[in-house]
Design a protein around this ligand. Structure first.
Ligand code: HEC
Ligand SMILES: [Cu+2]
Length: 459
């Protein structure tokens, strides 16, 4: 009876211990604090991705490493985390995940830096509390064990202890929330962006539209570039060796200039997706019918990789995000090329043009594509490139010239051949043909070709 009561008292004592320890410890279990929660989420969501890329064992290695990182930082002096590391001149990472990476990806933006430092700070706080609580606990258990003759204390309420275990965790939480709040507020501040890009999540690709700033009007789709032969299927091993950027490579990358604030406006077409690039510390859900935004300002030139981070269906692992950060000049050049591509695509092939409109446009197309061989005079180069001035093809039925432009020509009369021009738009081909039929001494009977005829001839 006495023994049982003593046991009961003892275990009550133990429960107290547990409660105390939990009260102090629980806020630290949420070691992310308010801000790092976001980043912690990035990591946990990326687990799915790691499953494909690196394998499940990653998780454990990562945890262990975080612990070791905390330990070593504590050993080196806690003061270090307080000062955010200055941005390195060269980016120390690959811009994406690497096998057996033990920590968060090296940060490439100010926000990512702050998240990184917060994460480290929270880990250290956790570790200190962990060591202190368990230290006192095990010390007490061993030093005051029953076999040494110790009896459990019999006090019931203790106001001092109750106040202490309320106030201390509260102060710890406040201490963590303060720095975290600053970062969260910074994350949400999408004002004064240099460039605004809309990203649309779709099953299972991303669409990008440059809405504002340099590059306005550019839009494209970004698809997974990894071939299916590297992926395999359930019960079917891949037939090709997996590449370095397996499942984190795309055909059309988002290109942005370095050191410019990029606002990303997000929405989705079908289900919820999430746009996440860990090195930027960016992750935002893309929700159908809603518009959300986030931002980043990359400190480094390089290619940064992320994933859709919201389970969005069977190909969720197959819609990566690749952001290429380039210099201002390279960005300008890219915008130039893209805008030309866009302009070519913008031509409506069903539009009916006047002969003069076609001639004006055709002259430009001729100058850009044909002059090198056929010369501005249309006389070509004797023995090398056929003359168009006076050519039977150019002055004859138009169907034949359309055929030459779409398929090329190799008669054997010239050492070189006429390349096919089917990569030009329908309007460009129609215009250049019309131009050649009405230029120099040419006065073709069929003197005008409309884009719709090229559309028909392509089939
Ligand atoms: C790389 C040099 C080159 C370029 C660039 C080139 N051509 Fe040609 N083109 C040729 C050669 C060579 C021939 C003669 C091929 C043959 O008959 O074997 C030819 C033939 C032609 C012919 C048929 C002429 C005839 O009488 O047989 C037409 C029409 C023509 N080119 C139009 C164009 C147009 C329009 C462009 C610009 C969009 C263009 N070519 C660009 C090399 C070129
Ligand atoms: Cu998705």
């Amino acid at each position: 009876m006495v023994a049982r009561r003593r046991f009961w008292r003892g275990s009550q004592h133990g429960i107290r211990w547990c409660l105390t320890h939990m009260a102090v410890f629980w806020p630290c279990c949420f070691h992310g604090g308010a801000a790092a929660v976001q980043y912690g989420e990035v990591r946990s969501r990326l687990k799915y991705h790691y499953f494909w890329v690196v394998g499940e064992n990653m998780k454990h290695a990562k945890r262990l490493q975080s612990l070791l990182l905390g330990l070593s930082l504590t050993a080196f002096g806690i003061g270090r985390w307080a000062t955010a590391a200055p941005a390195a001149s060269t980016y120390p990472g690959t811009g994406g995940p690497v096998p057996f990476e033990m920590n968060l990806q090296p940060p490439a933006t100010q926000i990512a830096h702050e998240i990184y430092d917060l994460h480290t700070l929270m880990m250290i706080i956790c570790l200190v509390i962990f060591v202190a609580v368990f230290g006192v606990m095990f010390y007490s258990i061993f030093k005051h064990r029953k076999s040494l003759g110790h009896k459990p204390a019999t006090f019931h309420e203790s106001t001092t202890v109750e106040i202490a275990w309320t106030v201390v965790p509260f102060l710890i939480v406040i201490g963590m929330a303060l720095p975290a709040t600053r970062t969260v507020v910074g994350m949400k501040d999408t004002s004064n962006a240099d460039i605004t890009i809309k990203a649309t999540g779709m099953q299972w690709k991303w669409g990008y539209d440059y809405l504002k700033g340099e590059g306005e009007g550019i839009s494209f789709l970004s698809n997974l570039a990894t071939p299916r032969s590297q992926v395999g299927a359930p019960g079917m091993p891949p037939t090709e060796k997996r590449g370095e950027n397996y499942l984190i490579e795309v055909d059309n990358e988002v290109v942005v200039p370095v050191n410019k604030k990029i606002r990303v406006v997000l929405t989705a077409n079908d289900v919820i997706h999430a746009w996440s690039v860990p090195a930027f510390g960016v992750k935002q859900d893309a929700i159908p019918g809603f518009v959300r935004d986030t931002w980043f300002k990359a400190d480094h030139i390089g290619t940064f990789r992320g994933n859709c981070a919201e389970l969005c269906g069977k190909e969720h692992a197959f819609m990566p995000i690749v952001v290429k950060v380039v210099s201002a000049d390279d960005y300008k050049a890219w915008v130039d090329v893209k805008q030309k591509e866009m302009a070519a695509l913008a031509d409506d092939p069903s539009k009916v043009w006047t002969i003069d409109e076609l001639k004006v446009k055709g002259e430009k197309v001729y100058a850009a594509n044909c002059v090198v061989c056929h010369q501005a005079t249309g006389k070509g180069v004797p023995g090398a490139f056929a003359p168009l001035d006076g050519s039977a093809v150019v002055n004859g039925p138009k169907a034949e010239q359309i055929h030459v432009l779409l398929n090329g020509q190799k008669s054997g009369k010239y050492p070189a051949e006429m390349p096919a021009w089917k990569q030009l738009s329908d309007t460009e081909i129609a215009a250049v043909i019309t131009y050649t039929r009405n230029s120099w001494s040419n006065k073709a009977e069929e003197n005008i070709v409309q884009p719709a005829e090229i559309v028909a001839a392509r089939k």
